[in-house]
Write a new protein. Structure first.
Length: 390
């Protein structure tokens, strides 16, 4: 049972789901961005990947500034700034489509807008995750985190499906939703009770992220980014789908993968798998799925489904391991460390995806499979933490 809980896992998940779905939208919109800006995939993927440096900075700093009673105010300010940044990004894309920018100026402007969004939106997920983990005891934390993750992934089902349907009538739908979702997240923030009088402000431990937390999470998300980012171009290259139709197919694949994640996490709430065991078997499942998609392109949906199922089991296990043995005041640094690791892996994956794809379309998926296998030995520290603090 939650202790002095100010919001349920579902309520806390709603703003995080809106912000998280923007990543799916960016993947869906990739062919559209390429067509409007005139940039090549090898130019755009490093631009977007390097802009994710803002996620590293914000993800490390913002959760450490959030204190009980003031977390909602911080989140509201961050989401307002994120909405403005997304609006600028979309405006710059259309300005580039009308030739108002040269190639160099367009690249710099897109990078600046995306970096500003990353710097602000990065504080949302780790802050609400720390909010949740600080209020649930160790024995019920994994279940609460699984419910929150399932709710977030439900957004990754509904948003791509809605995008695919609306894009038939208005192809620019993904760009409009890039602006609308952070605004919706701001409106969906749950209430927070004021901190009790005399409650000491937690002293955050300003240390670098622990290798035991960073390495497995970074490798897992680098593997995911390599497999996910090139879906649209992969469909064009291996399936022969026209570039203007690739966003709709990409949206459906992402929605299907997210549906697999939600279903898996809901089932796991009843099966209660051991988080330590999941840190071994889930990366193996990710590797198998990526290898299937790389070896046999027609089986891409099957491979992505396996990756999604394995990732659904891995994510709550990683968070539970990172939070093991920490007191409530230490949950914000733990959440920030894990978030930084996830973003670092995503950044590296996105930066590498374009150049690897240019060498051969199957190479990003093969690399994703290899990296997923490395997650298993790198997660030994988290498995020890879970064994020591069940």
């Amino acid at each position: 049972m939650a202790q002095h809980s100010t919001a349920s896992p579902i309520a806390l998940a709603l703003p995080a789901a809106c912000v998280g779905a923007t990543q799916s939208l960016l993947v869906i919109a990739l062919p559209l961005l390429l067509a409007l800006t005139g940039l090549e995939v090898w130019q755009l993927s490093p631009l977007l990947g390097l802009a994710a440096l803002g996620f590293l900075v914000g993800g490390y700093a913002w959760p450490r500034r959030a204190v009980p009673g003031q977390r909602r105010r911080l989140l509201a300010r961050l989401l307002c700034a994120a909405t403005i940044s997304q609006a600028l990004f979309v405006a710059i894309v259309f300005a580039g489509a009308h030739g108002l920018f040269g190639a160099a100026a367009l690249t710099i402007a897109l990078f600046a807008a995306r970096f500003a969004y990353a710097l602000t939106a990065s504080g949302v997920f780790p802050t609400v995750q720390a909010w949740l983990t600080s209020e649930y005891p160790a024995h019920s934390r994994h279940a609460a985190l699984t419910r929150m993750s399932a709710a977030v992934n439900t957004g990754r089902v509904l948003v791509p499906l809605a995008t695919a349907a609306l894009a038939i009538l208005w192809p620019e739908t993904p760009l409009a939703l890039l602006v609308a979702l952070p605004l919706a997240a701001c409106l969906l923030l749950p209430r927070e009770h004021a901190a009790e009088p005399g409650m000491p402000i937690p002293i955050q431990n300003q240390r670098l992220p622990e290798t035991a937390v960073v390495l497995p999470a970074a490798l897992a998300h680098m593997s995911l980014a390599l497999a996910e980012f090139i879906i649209g171009p992969y469909l064009s290259a291996e399936w022969g789908i026209a570039i203007e139709r690739a966003p709709a197919y990409t949206a459906l694949l992402l929605a299907g993968a997210a549906a697999c994640m939600v279903t898996t996490q809901l089932v796991s709430l009843y099966k209660r798998p051991n988080p330590g065991s999941l840190l071994t078997w889930a990366p193996a499942g990710m590797a198998l799925g990526a290898a299937i998609a790389a070896t046999y392109p027609p089986a891409l949906p099957v491979g992505l489904a396996l990756v999604a199922i394995a990732l659904a089991l891995l994510l709550p296990a990683l968070v539970t391991g990172a939070a093991a043995g920490r007191n409530p005041r230490g949950q914000a640094p733990a959440s920030a460390d894990l978030y930084v690791a996830r973003i670092l892996g995503h950044l590296l994956g996105v930066v590498a995806a374009g150049p690897l794809f240019e060498l051969t379309p199957r190479l990003p998926l093969a690399t994703a499979a290899a990296l997923a296998l490395v997650v298993i030995p790198s997660g030994a520290g988290l498995r020890r933490a879970l064994a020591t603090n069940p």
